[in-house]
Ligand binder design. Structure first.
Ligand SMILES: [Zn+2]
Ligand SMILES: [Zn+2]
Length: 139
């Protein structure tokens, strides 16, 4: 990997690591990196796509389906068992929560037994509003 690419990969990873609780689209990553770094080091959007695809294949970053009409969201893998539980995504603040393993298992078992449908825990994200966004939304 070229040296500038290593640097770009580092600032991208640093940014994702600094915000483990939420996912970002490539668009958002580009804007965030542009705000924090000088233009000569900020990777272009196509480079971000490429770098992120590699991080996903290395298992460092997870790709989540985004809400309707929005891009995929990328998030650092903060726990080492993300493939084994469901995730909850807040549509108000973009935060992503790792569902408790036991609860996750229970939901998957329930769906399987009642609907004869096996959920893909790697792909399934439940959308809703988190605790900290709820009071604000009610107003
Ligand atoms: Zn997880
Ligand atoms: Zn929220």
């Amino acid at each position: 990997m070229a040296e500038y690419e290593t640097k770009q990969r580092r600032i991208l990873l640093n940014y994702l690591n600094a915000h483990p609780e939420r996912g970002f689209s490539v668009e958002e990553l580009f804007d965030a990196l542009s705000a924090e770094h000088t233009a000569d080091i900020v990777p272009g959007k196509s480079t971000i796509y490429r770098l992120i695809a590699r991080l996903v294949s290395e298992g460092l970053v997870k790709r989540f389906a985004a809400e309707k009409g929005r891009q995929f969201a990328y998030q650092i893998v903060a726990c080492n068992a993300c493939d084994a539980h469901l995730h909850l995504k807040c549509t108000a603040c973009g935060s992503l929560y790792h569902m408790d393993h036991a609860v996750s298992e229970q939901i998957m078992r329930e769906v399987l037994s009642r609907s004869e449908f096996s959920l893909d825990e790697k792909e399934t994200v439940l959308f809703g509003v988190c605790k900290s966004c709820k009071p604000r939304q009610r107003k």
